[in-house]
Ligand binder design. Structure first.
Ligand code: SF4
Ligand code: SF4
Length: 289
C-alpha cells in the first residue's frame, strides 16, 4: 500500500506511557496494510513478536566501542576519568578500571588521553533479529540485560528500514532517547493514549517531544469510552488530529492476553486502519506541498 506520490510511509507508533495498547495497535496497522515492514524498536521489552509469530532466521550482534588501555604508555594521569560523563572509568595510582556496563561508547576518553594510551574494542550490547511473519517483513532488537544503551540497537534497526514498503516502527513507551531515535526521520508519528489523568499527562509530554523534533503526528485514543474528555478537548484546541477512537472491548483485552492483535479479534478494524493510513498519507502530502 503506497500513496499518491508513490512513496510508502514510515510511521512510528509511540505512547507517553506504557499500557496504552500501543503494540496491539502498531501490529494491527501493519497487518492491515498487506505487504509491510514492521520494526519493533522497543528493544528493552520487545513483545510484537508475541502477536506476529515471525519465523526468525537472521541475527546480528550489536556492539558499542569501549576503551582499553595500553599500560606501556599510560601515566595514570586521570584525564580519561575526568572526561567521562558516565563514571565508567576510575584511575587509581597504578591501575585504571573500566566499567563496560556504564560506558556509552562516546569515544571522549580515547580522544582526550594525552599519551594516546587508549584504543577501542567492541562490546556487545544486544542483537537485532529478522524474519517473516506472513506478509510482514519483521525486525526487532533485544537489549542485553543490564546494558544501558538502547539507542545503538535502534540505529542498527533503522538502517534496515525499507523504502519500497510501508513501515511501522513500534517505539518504546515514554519520551526518552530511544523514542526520539525511533521517530527521527519518519514521515509521521501516532501517539496512542487513553483518556485517564495519567494518560493525558503523558500524552502532553509526547506531544511536546514530537513538536520539538518536528515530526507531524496524530492521536489514537484507546479505551476511548473509559475516562474523561480531556484528551479529546486538548487535541481539538491544539489542532492535533484524532485518527481513531477505539472503545473498550473485553474481547480485545482477552485477545491481547492470548497474543491476538486487535484486527484478528475485530477484523472490521482492518478497513479503519487502512483508511487511517490513507488519511495520514494525505496529511503528509499536504504538509510537503
Ligand atoms: S588519560 Fe590516558 S594516560 Fe591518563 S590515565 Fe587515562 S589512559 Fe592513562
Ligand atoms: S567511551 Fe565515553 S562513556 Fe565510555 S568510558 Fe570513554 S568517555 Fe566514558
Amino acid at each position: 500500500m503506497g500513496f499518491s506520490d508513490g512513496k510508502p510511509l514510515k510511521i512510528a507508533v509511540a505512547s507517553g506511557k506504557g499500557g496504552t495498547g500501543k503494540t496491539t495497535i502498531s501490529v494491527s496497522l501493519a497487518l492491515s496494510l498487506g505487504r509491510a515492514q514492521f520494526i519493533d524498536c522497543d528493544v528493552e521489552e520487545p513483545n510484537a513478536h508475541l502477536f506476529l509469530n515471525p519465523n526468525l532466521k537472521e541475527e546480528e550482534v550489536v556492539e558499542i566501542p569501549v576503551p582499553r588501555i595500553n599500560f606501556d604508555k599510560c601515566t595514570y594521569c586521570g584525564e580519561c576519568a575526568k572526561v567521562c560523563a558516565y563514571n565508567a572509568i576510575a584511575v587509581l595510582p597504578n591501575k585504571v578500571l573500566i566499567f563496560d556496563e556504564l560506558c556509552h561508547g562516546c569515544g571522549a576518553c580515547t580522544m582526550f588521553c594525552p599519551e594516546k594510551a587508549m584504543y577501542e574494542v567492541g562490546h556487545p550490547t544486544g542483537v537485532i533479529q529478522h524474519g517473516d511473519a506472513g506478509e510482514i517483513d519483521f525486525w526487532h532488537g533485544i537489549l542485553n540485560i543490564g546494558e544501558p544503551m538502547a539507542v545503538p540497537i535502534i540505529r542498527k534497526l533503522k538502517k534496515r528500514v525499507r523504502d519500497d514498503l510501508p513501515v511501522v516502527l513500534d517505539a518504546a513507551p515514554g519520551t526518552s532517547c530511544p523514542v526520539v531515535e525511533t521517530v527521527r526521520k519518519t514521515d509521521f508519528s501516532i501517539l496512542v493514549t487513553e483518556p485517564t489523568p495519567f494518560g493525558f499527562h503523558d500524552f502532553k509530554l509526547g506531544v511536546e517531544v514530537l513538536r520539538k523534533i518536528g515530526i507531524p503526528f496524530g492521536a489514537i485514543i484507546n479505551r476511548a469510552d473509559k475516562g474523561t474528555d480531556e484528551v479529546r478537548k486538548y487535541c481539538e484546541k491544539q489542532g492535533i488530529p484524532v485518527l481513531m477512537e477505539i472503545p473498550f472491548d473485553r474481547r480485545v483485552a482477552e485477545g491481547y492476553s492470548r497474543g491476538k492483535p486487535l484486527v484478528d479479534v475485530l477484523p472490521e478494524y482492518r478497513d479503519r486502519f487502512r483508511d487511517m493510513y490513507k488519511r495520514i498519507a494525505e496529511m503528509v502530502l499536504a504538509k510537503a506541498a
